[in-house]
Design a protein around this ligand. Structure first.
Ligand code: UTP
Length: 287
C-alpha cells in the first residue's frame, strides 16, 4: 500500500526559541533564506507523498500561507521583471496539497497525531517532525517508506546517540535483523541513561499503520503529563511488528539552538553563492 499522506505536527509552543517564536512559528525560522518547514515538505514530496497534513495551533497560520499562492506579491515582482523569483514562489505554492487541522491545546505529540485521524482515514501514513532536518542522498522518509513497502508494518527512524544523551529521546529495545534494520520489541520515552534499553533513539520520522489512532485515543498522559507518541508505539508493538530504520544521512536537531546553528552553517556550505565566503570567514576566526 502506498504512503500518500504525511502528518507534520507544528502545534508546539517552541519555547526554546523565545522570544523569536513569540510571533513567528519556529517552523518558519529560516535556514538562511528557506523556512525550515519547506525542507521537510520537500523531503516528503521527494518520497512521493502527495498530501501534507499540518496539525497547527494558534499563531501558526503563516505556515499554511507559505505554501499558498501570493498573487499581490507575485504581481509586484512580475511588474519589476523579477520573473525568476515569481517562478520560485509559484513552485512552492504548487509543491503539494496542503490541509490542516487544529490541535486546540498542546497536549503532546501523540495527541497532535491523533488530531489528524479524520484527515488520514484508514490508511498508513507518515509522521514528520519539523525539528529534525535530514540531509541524505535518499530522503530520510523515503528510506522508511521503502521498508514499509516491503513489510507493510510501521517503521520508525533510528539514530545511535551517546549514552549521556538518551534521556532526550524515545529509545527502543530491539534486535538487528539486517544491517541498519531492527525489529522493535519495546520503546521508552526519555529514559535515564542507566535504564535505557539501548542507545538507539527515535528520530522524528515515522511510517505508521492506522491502528495507532485507536491506541492514542485510549492512551493516558505519560511523561510531562503529555500524550506521548512513544507510549503509543510501546502499545502498538504488542499488537503488530514495528521496524526501526537506522537511516543514512546527516540529521540536524533544529529545535535546539546549537543544532540550528550547525544546520545553518552546513546548508550554507552546500551553496555556491555562500560557500567560499563562509569558508574564508570561518578560517579567519581561527587566527
Ligand atoms: P517539542 O517537544 O520540541 O516542543 O515538540 P515544541 O513546543 O515544539 O518546542 P520547545 O521544546 O517548547 O522549544 C516536538 C514536535 O511535536 C510538535 C511540535 O510542534 C514539534 O514539531 N507538538 C508537540 C505538537 O504539535 N503538539 C504538542 O502538543 C506537542
Amino acid at each position: 500500500m502506498k504512503i500518500r499522506k504525511a502528518v507534520i505536527p507544528v502545534a508546539g509552543l517552541g519555547t526554546r526559541f523565545l522570544p523569536a517564536t513569540k510571533t513567528v512559528p519556529k517552523e518558519l525560522l529560516p535556514i538562511i533564506d528557506i523556512p525550515s518547514i519547506q525542507y521537510v515538505v520537500q523531503e516528503a514530496v521527494d518520497a512521493g507523498i502527495q498530501e501534507i497534513i499540518f496539525v497547527t495551533g494558534r499563531g501558526k497560520d503563516g505556515i499554511e500561507d507559505h505554501f499558498d499562492e501570493a498573487p499581490e506579491l507575485e504581481q509586484i515582482l512580475a511588474d519589476r521583471g523579477q520573473t525568476a523569483t515569481v517562478d520560485m514562489l509559484r513552485r512552492i505554492a504548487e509543491m503539494t496539497e496542503v490541509v490542516s487541522v487544529r490541535q486546540k491545546k498542546p497536549l503532546g505529540l501523540g495527541h497532535a497525531v491523533l488530531c489528524a485521524r479524520d484527515l488520514v482515514g484508514d490508511e498508513p501514513f507518515a509522521v514528520m517532525l519539523a525539528d529534525d532536518l535530514i540531509d541524505a542522498e535518499t530522503p530520510g522518509i523515503r528510506q522508511l517508506v521503502e521498508i514499509f513497502t516491503e513489510t507493510e508494518e510501521s517503521v520508525v527512524a533510528l539514530m545511535k546517540v551517546p549514552r549521556e544523551e538518551v534521556h532526550q529521546y524515545g529509545v527502543i529495545k530491539g534486535t538487528e535483523v539486517k544491517p541498519r534494520l531492527y525489529a522493535v520489541e519495546g520503546t521508552v520515552e526519555k529514559p535515564a541513561a542507566k535504564e535505557a534499553p539501548s542507545q538507539l533513539a527515535i528520530i522524528g520520522r515515522y511510517v505508521l499503520r492506522p491502528e495507532i489512532f485507536s491506541i492514542l485515543q485510549n492512551l493516558p498522559p505519560g511523561r510531562g503529563g503529555e500524550i506521548q507518541l512513544t507510549d503509543g508505539l510501546a502499545r502498538l508493538v504488542q499488537q503488530r511488528k514495528i521496524f526501526g530504520c537506522e537511516f543514512t544521512g546527516e540529521r540536524y536537531d533544529i529545535g535546539d539552538k546549537f543544532g540550528f546553528v550547525r544546520a545553518t552553517v552546513a546548508y550554507a556550505l552546500k551553496r555556491k553563492d555562500l560557500k567560499d565566503k563562509l569558508v574564508e570567514y570561518l578560517k579567519s576566526l581561527k587566527d
